[in-house]
Design a protein around this ligand. Structure first.
Ligand code: ZN
Length: 162
């Protein structure tokens, strides 16, 4: 049996995916992601079961890997990531496993860091386009631009509907 292993975002738990999948799947999470999914109260029993069966495994990324990822994120000018978001990027990098998420900011940043990604139900996202955005001039730019050519402001990532 081939085990499929993923570093898993909290939104995947909100969708219920780990609770429905068979034993050929393993879901790695960070303590920060555990904190987020503990908010879904009714799923807690299910989660504890998955944890005790080692179908969901909590791993804390090393401080060196977190620092490496935070540095990379900073150099990309990406400010839309939470601490849990950064933690799964660091864990994906550390374990060399694909990151599964429905959050386009996480997915795009992972791609820029050359990490493998999986978006379940990808057709839901195909209408979205990724752009860079100047929050001062309210203008969109192609993804390769780092700075606004009007005002010099550092651009941020944005997913927009086509
Ligand atoms: Zn601007």
């Amino acid at each position: 049996m081939v085990i499929k292993e993923y570093v898993t975002d909290s939104n995947i738990f909100y969708m219920g995916i780990p609770f429905q999948s068979d034993f050929s799947f393993k879901y790695y999470i960070t303590p920060e992601i555990l904190g987020e999914i503990n908010h879904i109260k009714k799923k807690i029993d299910g989660l504890n079961l998955l944890l005790s069966l080692k179908k969901v495994i909590i791993v804390e990324p090393s401080l060196a890997n977190i620092a490496y990822i935070l540095n990379k994120i900073k150099s990309l000018g990406q400010f839309g990531l939470s601490k849990p978001d950064s933690s799964i990027l660091a864990l994906g990098f550390q374990l060399n496993l694909p990151i599964i998420s429905t959050d386009y900011t996480v997915i795009n940043t992972a791609k820029f860091l050359s990490l493998d990604t999986i978006v379940p139900g990808k057709s839901n996202f195909e209408v979205k386009q990724n752009k860079k955005y100047c929050s001062i001039c309210k203008r969109y730019f192609a993804i390769r631009f780092l700075y606004c050519n009007q005002c010099g402001n550092k651009l941020i990532f944005k997913s927009i509907k086509k």
